[in-house]
Design a protein around this ligand. Structure first.
Ligand SMILES: Cc1cc2nc3c(=O)[nH]c(=O)nc-3n(C[C@H](O)[C@H](O)[C@H](O)COP(=O)(O)OP(=O)(O)OC[C@H]3O[C@@H](n4cnc5c(N)ncnc54)[C@H](O)[C@@H]3O)c2cc1C
Length: 410
């Protein structure tokens, strides 16, 4: 069996890792011109970490990761308004740049990757799928996997316009890495963030004087600006604390990740021999956390279903007539089984993400005050457990959520 995977990110590489060990012939295409290290910081835990354990990656990831003690919020004057120390109940969390996680998976993948290439055309013929690439070549595969992120090209080609599937969460986010010793030292091993109504600017200190920054801004218009650097300076340049220094020496515009904060919701994740994976069909957003963990878990579940060797899809059983989304999910094919297993967890995680928005990016000074009060109260002896038990699920999500386990995925 042959799989063509579009997108050599967390989900695509994890699927390649598993499929090639199950005897599949695998090839990946990746839009970026070369593998991209670095990127934004992610907290990695839950089912994805269990998958990484099974793949023997965890020791490497722990070495690459950063021990983050917790987070500190500051006001415009740079003074601490509240803090949260990482509770033991959170269990194992590895904080590391997204690119480092992807690199660790890539190191054990043998499948060839065509960089600087994407999918241009998709033709399904029942027994196989013919895929035209942007480099002019044509490929036949048993399965085409769209693991090309929240703005998936495969999804657009096979399922339709992105706007049908996007739930915009009302924010723009920008992240970039910066080398600055003078900023690195005061930040230390915590995540620091300045929050003002509708704005948040934060940073982690990395090794060798590097800093990982994150800027979050409430913005009713999802349209992205032409000049992200100028937009960042306009909205954040006048803030206090260390923000002016962070913006003083911005990296090359290509090194600034700037995007809408979105979730992807679809009523089906596969169509014939094309299946979507990771953010392409299930983006939970940075507000929900563990999107990379969910991407790895989904790749593990999809590989598991494909390994069982049952029919790939029953979509074309009815004399070429496509099954409805509901009928497809009820069918016995591997792609439907993958979707059945993953969907409830994704729906739950997305709902959590939507509840957390108000706490991660408070819109008003009053909300910021309530958040600070909750965090301060949570440090008092005896109150922390009471508070954790009595908080709304959304607030609990801010402080410490119990991650899904792999076994919850069936
Ligand atoms: C600021 C921020 C903070 C986050 N924090 C966390 C966190 O703390 N914890 C966590 O677990 N998750 C976090 N996430 C989410 C997490 O990064 C994603 O959920 C995860 O990366 C999804 O993996 P993926 O493989 O589906 O997509 P990606 O990792 O985005 O990979 C997609 C790949 O496809 C490639 N691609 C894109 N378009 C094309 C195309 N047309 N053709 C070919 N290739 C293409 C891309 O270059 C990329 O290599 C965060 C996300 C953001 C933006």
């Amino acid at each position: 069996m042959k799989a063509l995977i579009c997108g050599a990110g967390i989900a695509g590489l994890t699927l390649a890792w598993h499929l090639e060990r199950a005897g599949w012939e695998v090839e990946l295409v990746e839009r970026a011109a070369a593998f991209r290290d670095g990127g934004y910081m992610i907290d990695f835990y839950g089912p994805g970490l269990e998958v990484a354990d099974q793949m023997g990656l965890s020791p490497r990831l722990r070495k690459l990761g950063y021990a983050i003690d917790g987070l500190t919020y500051v006001g415009a004057d740079g003074r601490q308004s509240s803090r949260l120390d990482m509770p033991d109940s959170l269990g194992a969390i590895i904080s590391l740049p997204r690119g480092d996680l992807a690199r660790a998976i890539l190191d054990d993948v043998k499948a060839p990757i065509r960089y600087g290439t994407s999918v241009q055309t998709v033709d399904q013929h029942g027994s196989h799928v013919t895929v035209g690439l942007t480099d002019g070549t044509t490929h036949e595969a048993d399965l085409l996997v769209g693991a090309d992120g929240a703005h998936s090209r495969v999804r657009e080609l096979v399922f339709g316009d992105e706007r049908r599937f996007v739930r915009y969460l009302g924010h723009h986010v920008a992240v970039f890495l910066l080398r600055n010793e003078a900023l690195n030292r005061p930040i230390g091993r915590r995540y620091w963030a300045l929050t003002l109504p509708g704005l948040s600017a934060g940073a982690y200190a990395l090794r060798d004087g590097w800093l990982a920054t994150m800027f979050l801004r409430r913005e009713p218009d999802p349209a992205l600006p032409d000049d992200p650097a100028a937009t960042l300076r306009r909205h954040f340049g006048g803030l206090g604390w260390l923000v002016p220094e962070m913006l003083a020496d911005l990296p090359d515009p290509r090194e600034i990740f700037y995007d809408q904060v979105i979730q992807i919701e679809m009523d089906r994740w596969s169509e014939g021999r094309v299946v979507l994976l990771g953010d392409a069909c299930q983006a939970v957003s940075l507000f929900a956390g563990h999107g990379s963990s969910m991407a790895m878990a989904a790749a593990w579940v999809l590989a598991d279903e494909l390994r069982k060797g049952e029919t790939l899809t029953e979509e074309f059983r009815e004399d070429g007539k496509a099954l409805t989304a509901d009928a497809l999910r009820e069918s016995g094919g591997a792609l439907a089984a993958y979707e059945r297993r993953m969907r409830p967890t994704i729906a739950h995680t997305q709902a959590l993400g939507r509840r957390v928005v108000e706490w991660m990016a408070p819109a008003t000074s009053r909300r910021i005050g309530v958040r600070d009060w909750i965090l301060r109260a949570a440090t008092l002896p005896g109150l922390s457990r009471l508070l954790l038990n009595s908080l709304t699920p959304g607030t609990r999500g801010l402080i410490g959520r119990r991650p899904t386990r792999l076994r919850d995925l069936g």
